[in-house]
Design a protein around this ligand. Structure first.
Ligand code: NAD
Ligand code: UPG
Length: 513
């Protein structure tokens, strides 16, 4: 199917040289009329994705809708609800022209030809599959609403990451409530990474569209492909069946996270043997079959996607009677948890086996640089580990505010290996945490510094000044390998970097994971 559709499209595209002509069925012009697109969910995916579609497709009206008034107000203001390099410029160019943000969900859905659904699909915390399965409550309510308000045929696009076979469930909801209206369901998973969302969207490695292999399904695929073909080369638009598209998204995230857990597992061995994980990763990545990307050892991966999507994959494997496959993927998360625990243990053991009452400066709280997103950030587990040993934390992140950090640290972590009713309900104590607005205040009088996000500014701080203002011995625990460890050692710091040969001090105080 993929080749057939791609060949036909390339032929027709070359023939006319523009996407404006595109045919569907019996010579019907699709994009010559003003197409209306609506996206349900104005989050990290819905907002940037629709802004780029609006930028690249001036002939398409794009409305982004959400039930959250606060989010929509922010999208309509000068301070957008998410921090993403390049996003401001794109939104400013299109907002008020062919891009709008609204809470009037039903009106925009009713008026649209193509409805993207980009609502959140978090891990279930209660009931069947709790701790692993994706919670499709938001998706289902969006689907029911579409069926309720639709008065004309629509293409409904799964943009959220969903379990394989979700499209079948959505189809059932839509067709059973449809009042004679035709819905075509497509899977069009999003591969953008936060912090680079705009460049990922402008220049994607691929766009994936899955649909039914029926004449209507193929027509729907073509209509969506026409949208992307405004700026994505057609050979990068892949068309598959629905289930392949849904599973490819989970598979891609599992493969990416697996690389990080692989290099992090190696980092532990490097520390034990005197090898340097950067050198090992470089040598391994030079093999063109492996490639150099995504091999940076770290305190662990975070973000709203990797853990959630792998848990979802594990659940799907278990439900399909594949326990060995489930255990294989579960191990990627276990190694990630091990890496965070190992990091905390290293800090505590290096500082004479206790951090009780000691001030630890935490530099970086977001799950990666260039975002203010803290979902599943390793900083949460590391900070909780240190608080558990009674440390006093002073946290600085250029994009994360005090409210967010307090909220994150007071939420209980879901333990997916234990039944829900056995999990503790009381929130973590956050009284020994202060949040400050610069690195120098955070590090003043501190016993140790813990770098948890690779913000560029942490590379070039005045570490001599910082050293002078700290308690001695002064420690740096670099969870992202961003500082020049040799330079800091010359100043007088004891430095721990992930997977690097250990200082004599650290060798004498082995951390037990
Ligand atoms: N964040 C990423 O980098 C990323 C990348 C690729 C895919 N994804 C996937 O995309 C989906 C969305 O992720 P996100 O990070 O944008 O989530 P998000 O939480 O930032 O945004 C989701 C939005 O949907 C809104 N919403 C929920 N139910 C609604 C309803 N019935 N009607 C209208 N609005 C509703 C919420 O208010 C929220 O603003 C998830 O499935 C995620 O796994 C995320
Ligand atoms: O070599 C590396 C690369 C990344 N990370 C960490 O891994 C996490 C995830 O990073 P990244 O993948 O860059 O960000 P996300 O925004 O989570 O993007 C991932 O998750 C998205 C949601 O599904 C997908 O769309 C993207 O393709 C996929 O990269 C972060 O904590 C990074 O610091 C490492 O520790 N080492």
């Amino acid at each position: 199917m993929q080749n057939h559709l791609n060949d036909e499209f390339v032929f027709r595209y070359k023939l006319v040289g523009s996407v404006e002509y595109i045919k569907s069925g019996k010579d019907q012009l699709i994009l010559s009329k003003m197409v209306k697109i609506c996206c349900i969910g104005a989050g990290y995916v819905g907002g940037p994705t629709m802004a780029v579609i609006a930028l690249k497709c001036p002939n398409i009206q794009v409305a982004v809708v959400d039930i959250s008034t606060a989010r929509i107000n922010a999208w309509n203001s000068d301070t957008l609800p998410i921090y993403e390099p390049g996003l401001d410029e794109v939104v400013k160019k299109c907002r008020g022209k062919n891009l709008s943000f609204s809470t009037d969900v039903e009106k925009h859905v009713a008026e649209s030809d193509i409805v993207f659904v980009s609502v959140n699909t978090p891990t279930k915390t209660q009931g069947l599959g709790a701790g692993k399965a994706a919670d499709l409550t938001y998706w289902e309510s969006a689907a029911r609403m579409i069926a309720d308000v639709a008065k004309s045929n629509k293409i409904v696009v799964e943009k959220s990451t969903v379990p394989v076979k979700t499209a079948e469930a959505i189809e059932k909801i839509l067709t059973h409530n449809s009042k004679g209206i035709n819905f075509s369901i497509l899977s069009n998973p999003e591969f953008l990474a936060e912090g680079t969302a705009i460049s990922d969207l402008l220049n994607p490695d691929r766009v994936l569209i899955g649909g039914r292999e029926t004449p209507e399904g193929k027509k729907a695929i073509e209509a969506l492909r026409d949208v992307y073909a405004h700026w994505v080369p057609v050979d990068r638009i892949l068309c598959t069946n629905l289930w392949s598209a849904e599973l490819s998204k989970l598979a891609a995230n599992a493969f990416l996270a697996q690389r990080i857990s692989s290099v992090n597992a190696m980092s532990a061995l490097c520390e034990a043997t005197g090898a340097d994980v950067s050198q090992v990763a470089h040598a391994v990545g030079k093999d063109t079959r492996i490639g150099p990307k995504f091999l940076n050892a770290s305190v662990g991966f975070g973000g709203s996607c990797f853990q959630k999507d792998i848990l979802n994959l594990v659940y799907i494997c278990e439900c399909n009677g594949l326990p060995e496959v489930a255990t294989y993927w579960k191990q990627v998360i276990k190694v990630n948890d091990y890496q965070k625990t190992r990091f905390v243990n290293r800090i505590v053991s290096s500082m004479f086996n206790t951090v009780s009452g000691k001030k630890i400066a935490v530099l970086g709280f977001a799950f990666k640089k260039d975002t203010g997103d803290t979902r599943e950030t390793p900083a949460i587990d590391v900070c909780k580990g240190l608080i558990g040993d009674k440390a006093k934390l002073s946290i600085y992140d250029p994009q994360v505010n005090q409210d967010q950090i307090q909220r994150d640290l007071s939420m209980k972590k879901f333990d997916w290996d234990h039944p829900v009713h056995l999990q503790p309900m009381s929130p973590t104590s956050v009284k020994d945490v202060s949040v400050v607005w610069d690195a120098y205040t955070a590090t003043k009088d501190a016993h140790g510094i813990c770098i948890l996000t690779e913000w560029d500014e942490f590379k070039n701080l005045d570490y001599q000044k910082i050293f002078n203002d700290m308690q001695k011995p002064a420690f740096v625990f670099d969870g992202r390998n961003v500082v020049d460890a040799e330079k800091l050692r010359k100043i007088g710091f004891i430095v721990y970097s992930i997977g690097k040969p250990l200082d004599d001090w650290l060798k004498d105080m082995p951390a037990v994971a």
